[in-house]
Design a protein around this ligand. Structure first.
Ligand code: NAD
Ligand code: UDX
Length: 478
C-alpha cells in the first residue's frame, strides 16, 4: 500500500511520520508545494518544533517515510491520499472574516483528479466546513478523465494539539473516520481503520457518517475554546471581587461532570485552530439560517478578544495610564509552550495594543525567530495563513526589538509581561531581573505561572490574571 499526504505542515508532517513509524510496510510520502519546507523535512532542522518529532522522523525517514515536492508522481501512485492543506479564514469576498477559504483544498482535489489513473481513497485531514466532502467529490469526479477511477472520500479530522503532537498521535483519545453509508464507503473506512489499528486499540477507532465526522471536529474545537472563554470571563469577575480564579477552577473542576482540564485562565487562546474553526462553524450556521446558534458561538471569540484587550488595558492602567516610551519586556510570543508556532497568538494583539499606546516592546521567546515576530506584527489580520504572504513595512516594527537573552530584555524595562507559559520562566532569578529594571517594576502574569508572593516580596508590583489585586491582599504591598 502507498500513502501520499498533500501538505507538509504542522498536521501532515507529524501525522504521517507516526503512520510511517508504526506501519513499516506502508510507503508514506508527504508532498508540498513549498520547497523550503520539504528541504527542512529532509534535514535535521525540521520546519516545526515539536518535542519528540525529530526522533520519530529520523527512525522512519528513508525507510518508508519520504518528503518530496514531486506532487504529481506520488499522488498518482498512492492508494490513500490524505489532504492536509491549510484552510484559513477568508480575507475578502462573501464570508470574509469567518468562512473557510477552501482554495488550497480545491487545488489539491483538482491535482488528484488530474493525475489519478487508479481508484483512490481521499482523506480529509484538514479541518473543513460540513459538507465539504460533497463539494470535493464533485471536483474529483467531474475532472478525472478515466471513467474507471473511483474516489471514496473519508473525513478523518485530526485532534492533535501542538506541543504534545507526538504523544497525542501515539495515544489518541480516539480516531474518528467518517465515510459514505454505501458498501464502498464502508470498505474505505475499514481500509483506513486497518492503518490506525497498527497501534491504536480498535475501540478507540470511531466511525461515523461523513457529515458527523466533519462537524465533530468543528464542535470539539468550539467546546474546548468555550471552556477557556468561560473561565476567562470568570477571571475578570475574580479580579473585581477578590476571588482567585485558580481556586474557582479547582473547585468546579473536581465536579466529575465538569472535569479539570482546559480551565486555565489566560491572556486568551491562540493557535491556528480555535478562532478559525469557530468562525467557520458560525458561518455554516448562518448559511443554513441558524443566526441564534451562530451568535451563541461568536460570543466565544468575542470573549477571547475582550480578554486580550482587558490585559492591555490592565497593563496601561496599572502603569499610571501611560506606557509611552516605556520599555516593556514580553516573555513568550508563541501561542503556547513547547511550540514555535505563533499563529493567532495572543501576543500579537497584546504587543500591538501596547505599541499603539506608545510602548516599546522587547520580546523574548525561546523558540520563535525574530523574523517570524516581525512578520506577525506587520501582517494584516488573517493574512498570516497564506503561504505567499511576505512581510510588509509597518510602523509597528519601529517599536519592536527581539532579544535572545531574557535578562537583556528586562534590562531597563518598566514591566515584564508573561504571555506564554514556558517552563523556563518559572526558574528565572527575578531578584536579579528586578535590580536591572526601572522602579516601580511591574510584572503582569498572563499565564499564572509565577510565584506571585515571592515576586511581591522582591518588590515587584504584580498583576496576575484572575488573581486578587493588591488592594484585596491582606498584606499591604504599596
Ligand atoms: P500548515 O499551514 O502548517 O500546512 C499546510 C501545508 O499545505 C503548507 O505547507 C502548504 O504549503 C501546503 N499546501 C497548500 N496547498 C497545497 C497544494 N495544492 N499542494 C501541496 N501542498 C499544499 O497547516 P496545518 O497547521 O498543518 O493545518 C492543516 C489543516 O489541519 C488545517 O485545516 C487545520 O485547520 C487542520 N488542523 C490543524 C491542527 C494544528 O494543530 N495545526 C490540528 C488539527 C487540525
Ligand atoms: C487545539 C485542540 O486542542 C486540538 O485538539 C486541535 O486538533 C487543534 O486545536 P492547539 O491549538 O494546538 O490544539 O493547542 P491547545 O492546547 O488546544 O491550546 C490552544 C490555546 O488555548 C493556547 O493558546 C493555550 O494556551 C490556550 N489554553 C489552553 C488556555 O488558555 N487555557 C487552557 O486551559 C488550555
Amino acid at each position: 500500500m502507498k500513502i501520499a499526504c498533500i501538505g507538509a505542515g504542522y498536521v501532515g508532517g507529524p501525522t504521517m511520520a507516526m503512520v510511517a513509524l508504526k506501519c513499516p510496510e506502508i510507503e508514506v510520502v508527504v508532498v508540498d508545494i513549498n520547497e523550503e519546507r520539504i528541504k527542512a523535512w529532509n534535514s535535521d532542522k525540521l520546519p516545526i518544533y515539536e518535542p519528540g518529532l525529530l526522533e520519530v522522523v529520523q527512525e522512519a525517514r528513508g525507510r518508508n517515510l519520504f518528503f518530496s515536492t514531486d506532487t504529481k508522481k506520488h499522488v498518482g501512485e498512492a492508494d490513500i491520499i490524505f489532504v492536509s492543506v491549510n484552510t484559513p479564514t477568508k480575507t475578502h469576498g462573501i464570508g470574509a472574516g469567518k468562512a473557510a477559504d477552501l482554495t488550497y483544498w480545491e487545488g489539491a482535489a483538482r491535482l488528484i483528479a488530474s493525475v489519478a489513473t487508479s481508484s483512490k481513497i481521499v482523506v480529509e485531514k484538514s479541518t473543513v466546513p460540513v459538507k465539504t466532502a460533497e463539494a470535493i467529490g464533485k471536483v474529483l469526479r467531474r475532472n478525472c478523465q478515466d471513467p474507471n477511477v473511483n474516489f471514496e472520500i473519508l473525513s478523518n479530522p485530526e485532534f492533535l494539539a501542538e506541543g504534545t503532537a507526538i504523544e497525542d498521535l501515539q495515544h489518541p483519545d480516539r480516531v474518528l473516520i467518517g465515510g459514505a453509508d454505501t458498501p464502498s464507503g464502508q470498505k474505505a473506512i475499514q481500509t483506513l481503520a486497518e492503518v490506525y489499528a497498527h497501534w491504536i486499540p480498535r475501540e478507540r477507532i470511531l466511525t461515523a457518517n461523513l457529515w458527523s465526522a466533519e462537524l465533530a471536529k468543528l464542535t470539539a474545537n468550539a467546546f474546548l475554546a468555550q471552556r477557556i472563554s468561560s473561565i476567562n470571563a470568570i477571571s475578570a469577575l475574580c479580579e473585581a471581587t477578590g476571588a482567585d480564579v485558580s481556586q474557582v477552577a479547582h473547585a468546579i473542576g473536581t465536579d466529575s461532570r465538569i472535569g479539570g482540564k482546559f480551565l486555565n485562565a489566560s491572556v486568551g487562546f491562540g493557535g491556528s485552530c480555535f478562532q478559525k474553526d469557530i468562525l467557520n462553524l458560525c458561518y455554516v450556521c448562518e448559511t443554513v439560517g441558524l443566526k441564534e446558534v451562530a451568535d451563541y458561538w461568536y460570543q466565544v471569540v468575542s470573549m477571547n478578544d475582550y480578554q486580550k484587550q482587558r490585559f492591555v488595558e490592565r497593563v496601561i492602567g496599572a502603569m499610571f495610564n501611560t506606557v509611552s516610551q516605556k520599555k516593556i519586556a514580553i516573555y513568550g510570543f508563541a501561542f503556547k509552550k513547547d511550540t514555535g508556532d505563533t499563529r493567532e497568538t495572543p501576543a500579537i494583539d497584546v504587543c500591538k495594543g501596547l505599541i499603539r499606546d506608545g510602548a516599546k516592546c522587547c520580546i523574548y521567546d525561546p523558540e520563535v525567530t525574530p523574523e517570524q515576530i516581525f512578520r506577525d506584527l506587520s501582517a494584516p489580520k488573517f493574512e498570516w495563513d497564506r503561504p505567499n504572504y511576505s512581510r510588509s513595512q509597518s510602523h509597528m516594527l519601529e517599536n519592536v526589538q527581539v532579544q535572545s537573552d531574557p535578562a537583556a530584555a528586562a534590562d531597563g524595562a518598566h514591566a515584564i509581561c508573561v504571555l506564554t507559559e514556558w517552563d523556563e520562566f518559572k526558574k528565572y532569578d527575578f531578584a536579579a531581573l528586578y535590580e536591572k529594571m526601572v522602579k516601580p517594576a511591574f510584572i503582569f502574569d498572563g499565564r499564572n505561572i509565577l510565584d506571585h508572593a515571592k515576586l511581591r516580596d522582591i518588590g515587584f508590583i504584580v498583576y496576575a490574571l484572575g488573581k486578587p489585586l493588591d488592594q484585596f491582599l491582606q498584606k499591604n504591598y504599596s
